[in-house]
Design a protein around this ligand. Structure first.
Ligand code: GLY
Length: 308
């Protein structure tokens, strides 16, 4: 089986000054994930490595680079899912953690639960010896300025989601050489969100889903809209109905736009390595290594290619 990895750096209105860093960031993350797959490691290891790379990159709204909530704090959400067992782990509203995707994986592998939130997630991180990082280390100077400028939350349905100054949620999906699929999604959420607000990104079926029988999906976009249409499962529902991965992603994003005015994007990979990356917002940095080449883009319909 030829391994494949696809990553995204969030839909929305990536500002011109962040485009270069965002494209470089998704390319680096896809290469990091693919290096793991090439060694024969699992799809789960690959999506964790790719998302950690995106969380460590201040160009993206996840880990370092996250947006701030209404209180000027950073509350992070992440999920990871193993398509071979349907096991998943998630953390929501967790603070002072640089790589929430790794904590989400520990929830999946080391607890009997699927989601840990807020204080419980922090206590669990402490028990595992995961070091804390100060909030200031997770926030960029650009984010501070934008938080001050925006002043309050706006309900970012489609039109506004397309104009907000920000990158969004990050994610990865992978197929390993043993035929196993996995996905992971991580986010700082939406600027000026209420304290304790959780969007669709870390919720199984909305922000991510992986099943070896149909595909692995990671979503980005207006979190409340992802929740309303359970976007990740909707995409796989269309695949289960016989549609190709590309059509399933397009149809589901179109439905979210029409039914609830939600803007967003998604990446997906199927059991035979077919993959897709699409979005209904103005930009979404994405990259894919499929063994033949590294494919990448950020504008609608843009698809560049270079050596993997
Ligand atoms: N777009 C990130 C969120 O809604 O949480």
């Amino acid at each position: 089986m030829k391994p494949v990895i696809v990553v995204h750096g969030g839909s929305g209105a990536c500002p011109d000054e962040l485009c270069r860093a965002s494209v470089d960031g998704v390319k680096a993350a896809a290469r990091a994930g693919y290096a793991v797959l090439e060694k024969g490691a699992s799809a789960l290891d690959a999506v964790e490595a790719a998302v950690r790379s995106l969380e460590d990159n201040p160009a993206f709204d996840a880990g370092h680079g996250s947006v701030m909530n209404a209180a000027g704090d950073v509350e992070l959400d992440a999920i990871i899912m193993d398509g071979s067992t349907l096991a998943s782990g998630a953390v929501t509203s967790v603070r002072n953690i640089a790589n929430p995707v790794t904590l989400a994986r520990a929830v999946m592998e080391k607890t009997d639960h699927g989601i840990l939130t807020d204080r419980g997630a922090s206590l669990f991180a402490e028990k595992l010896g995961i070091p804390t990082v100060p909030t200031e280390a997770l926030v960029t100077e650009m984010e501070r300025k934008e938080w001050e400028r925006q002043k309050c939350y706006s309900n970012q349905v489609k039109e506004e989601f397309n104009t907000q100054w920000s990158n969004d949620t990050v994610g990865a999906v992978a197929l390993d050489r043993h035929g196993n699929l996995a996905c992971a999604t991580s986010t700082g959420g939406i600027r000026h969100k209420m304290v304790g607000r959780v969007g669709g990104a870390p919720i199984i079926g909305s922000g991510a889903y992986a099943d070896n029988q149909s595909g692995a999906v990671s979503c980005t976009g207006h979190g409340e809209s992802l929740l309303k249409v359970t976007l990740a499962r909707l995409i796989l529902f269309h695949v289960e109905q016989g549609r190709g991965i590309t059509e399933a992603v397009e149809k589901s994003l179109q439905h979210m736009g029409e039914r609830v005015r939600g803007g967003g994007g998604a990446i997906a990979v199927g059991p035979s390595g077919q993959w897709a990356a699409n979005f209904t917002t103005v930009r979404m940095p994405w990259a894919c290594v499929d063994g033949v080449a590294l494919h990448y883009g950020i504008e609608p319909k843009e698809k560049n290619q270079e050596a993997p």
